[in-house]
Design a protein around this ligand. Structure first.
Ligand code: MYR
Length: 404
């Protein structure tokens, strides 16, 4: 049977208004987990659910030329690992995996725990969780990446703008574009200084490894691509602040979250990752003419995978719209079931190499919340579903923070 066509015509505005729920809403209406539609005037196949996630990560799809134009101007920049395929992707991905795995998640979590303890000891009268965590994580990420300077947190706003204003759905998109220009200049200077010897980053740090990296052709990365890759290491750590804000939001809105923070913190971390409106969807292109549901799809067609909807696939998750950390107790999670940071394999595919770092930082934050006292003044807890990421309106305000 041919793929259904979305009835709405070009879906760009529909998706821009409700980026997390639009694809699964159409899929539900059509009763299908794959359908055709137009996106930014181009023919597109939309996929949702764990079975179609498996297809999305097959070798019939590639990333080159798939990312929408705007993420190159903001979130990802140009020429980084996200846009590569084949041998150079493999080599660049191995670099990122080297930088982000082994004992790195634990190291970062330890540094983060120290910072959180200091924050509680300073007994701040009021914090905005999103902004405070972005500052702390910028400090942690820059130190670990070998970036010199005693106050790296001054870059937190610039780094946050890269992911908070990544898409042209609001006027504030220009903040994302400006941040990319400034961040590339900042990181490009660091790469250049590490190469000339003006800076001597710790051996094996991200700055050292990226400055000295050689492509499959044996040449160094250009200054701009080096900057993009250094930012690809630092920015996602700062972006974990959004997951921490979603954790604070869950604690404010679900009794089950508060119980799990005490008794089974790992399950809370996973349920927040499953439910948080963090990254809405991913894009790829077909490598060759293929068939989806028996319907021919031409080579080069854009294919979009719905992350938000896949994490709520009722064939995988009971009561998928319920917030229930206990669903993760004694549960094996398949590579396409829970994909807030991409699916499939970390080494060979495009799954985020920072996933373990995210989990370790969220776990440290969750534990910390059980050892502090704080008040939550009246505030607007609604998630702003029309923004990316869809943070709570208040960004989570806490007052009277102190050790318990
Ligand atoms: C990272 O820094 O790589 C992770 C940041 C995640 C931010 C999530 C929100 C931005 C999504 C905008 C792009 C949408 C692409 C279809």
């Amino acid at each position: 049977m041919p793929l259904f066509h979305a009835p709405q015509g070009d879906l760009t505005r529909f998706i821009a208004r409700d980026p997390y729920r639009a694809v699964s809403r159409i899929a539900d209406r059509l009763g299908a987990d794959a359908f055709r539609g137009k996106l930014m005037l181009g023919d597109t196949v939309f996929l949702t659910g764990h079975e179609k996630a498996r297809l999305f990560y097959s070798d019939e799809l590639m990333r080159q030329g798939a990312a929408p134009w705007f993420v190159k101007q903001t979130l990802f920049g140009r020429g980084g690992v996200q846009s590569l395929d084949g041998d150079e992707h493999h080599r660049r991905k191995a670099l990122h995996l080297r930088l982000m795995t082994r004992d790195v998640p634990d190291q970062l979590a330890d540094a983060f725990r120290d910072e959180l303890a200091r924050l509680a000891d300073s007994r701040p009268g009021r914090i905005v969780v999103q902004d405070e965590m972005a500052r702390i994580l910028t400090r942690v990420a820059c130190k670990w990446a070998g970036v010199p300077g005693s106050h790296p947190e001054t870059h937190a706003g610039m780094l946050s703008d890269l992911f908070e204003h990544a898409a042209p759905i609001h006027m504030s998109f220009m903040r994302g574009v400006t941040a990319r220009r400034k961040a590339n200049a900042w990181a490009g200077d660091l790469i250049a200084s590490a190469r000339t010897g003006n800076l001597r980053p710790t051996r094996g740090s991200a700055l050292d490894e990226i400055a000295n990296y050689r492509t499959v052709d044996g040449v160094p990365l250009s200054r701009e691509v080096g900057a993009v890759e250094l930012l690809n290491v630092i920015r996602p750590v700062v972006a974990v602040s959004a997951f921490l804000t979603f954790t604070a939001h869950a604690l404010a809105t679900h009794e089950r979250a508060r119980a799990a923070a005490e008794d089974a913190p790992d399950t809370l971390v996973q349920e927040v990752r499953r439910t948080a409106p963090f990254f809405p969807m991913l894009a790829a292109r077909t490598v060759r003419d293929i068939e989806i549901e028996g319907d021919p799809v031409a080579a080069g067609t854009r294919v979009v995978l719905d992350i938000y909807g896949t994490n709520r696939d009722a064939r995988v998750w009971d009561d998928p719209f319920m917030f229930r950390p206990s669903r993760f107790q004694n549960r094996e999670v398949g590579p396409y079931d829970l994909i807030p940071q991409g699916g499939g394999d970390h080494a060979s595919g495009h799954r985020c190499p920072g996933e373990w770092i995210t989990i370790a930082l969220m776990r440290a934050f969750t534990d910390w919340t059980t050892r502090i006292d704080y008040k939550r003044p009246r505030q607007d807890l609604d998630l702003e579903m029309g923004t990316l990421p869809a943070l709570p309106s208040s960004r989570m305000i806490w007052t009277d923070l102190r050790p318990a």
